[in-house]
Design a binder for this molecule. Structure first.
Ligand code: CTP
Ligand code: CA
Length: 226
């Protein structure tokens, strides 16, 4: 009989993680962005790699170093992230969508720097595709993990997203709590499952959250009998 060490749990599995906040250009020097630091997604990529998975990190711009042993694909916009994720999706066993994807992008992008003229301005926005929802529609045997950062009605909103996007596990966090969410080294999360199960975690480092998540991913894949 073979004893699996925890660090080998996901050996032979292929994982893709998205991280960071997409940037949607307005002109050559400006973009619409969000406060995501990328830390949660980078921690998940590190934890998956440590558990033995071959890991691709599709990352919007961040200040973070690529975790050791992880292959990084750099993107800027939601549409670029969509293309990179969809191209890799059929070969993956696990997908974790930790990125903060812009829901909208400017309807047009100025080729030249927009000049001020002292008047009011409107920016027309058009919807970006929902990458996770698309993966939920195409899913065959993949384990699909979503995130939901909320500022109100955390569990109700998160539950609705879990079902709408057809994910196997949704990580919910209330970004208004001190020590949770954007930019923080720590997070306070709940894991929600489609069968109604829920696990509430106390405040812990994003790497600890990531390691707990990888443990649940191993359970969902049916590997690593504990
Ligand atoms: N997501 C995605 N593509 C988008 C928007 C969101 O893949 N265009 C993913 C995120 O990576 C995250 C999950 O969907 O895993 C939830 O993102 P969130 O912004 O919380 O949900 P939305 O469906 O965009 O709803 P809203 O922003 O209106 O709350
Ligand atoms: Ca959104």
């Amino acid at each position: 009989t073979q004893l699996f060490s925890k660090s080998d749990c996901l050996k032979g599995k292929r994982a893709l993680v998205t991280a960071g906040g997409t940037q949607e250009p307005l002109d050559p020097v400006r973009y619409l962005g969000n406060r995501s630091s990328g830390r949660m997604g980078y921690a998940v990529a590190q934890a998956l790699q440590e558990a033995g998975a071959e890991t691709i990190l599709v990352s919007a711009p961040t200040d973070l170093p690529t975790p050791h042993g992880v292959s990084r694909v750099s993107v800027q916009t939601a549409l670029e992230m969509y293309d990179a994720v969809l191209a890799n999706f059929p070969n993956m066993d696990v997908i974790v969508k930790a990125a903060a994807v812009a829901d909208y992008r400017p309807a047009s992008q100025s080729e030249q720097k927009i000049k001020k003229d002292g008047t009011n301005r409107m920016i027309e926005l058009v919807p970006n595709p929902d990458i996770l929802a698309e993966l939920g529609r195409r899913k065959t045997s993949q384990v699909l993990i979503g995130f939901a950062a909320e500022t109100e009605n955390l569990l109700a909103n998160a539950q609705e997203k879990m079902h709408r996007k057809n994910v196997n596990l949704l990580v919910a966090n209330d970004v208004t709590k001190p020590g949770a969410g954007f930019g923080s080294p720590t997070n306070i999360v709940s894991f929600l499952f489609p069968d109604g199960r829920r696990i509430d975690f106390p405040k812990m480092s994003k790497l600890e959250v990531a390691r707990n998540l990888v443990g649940e991913i191993a359970n969902l894949l049916g590997d690593c009998n504990k």
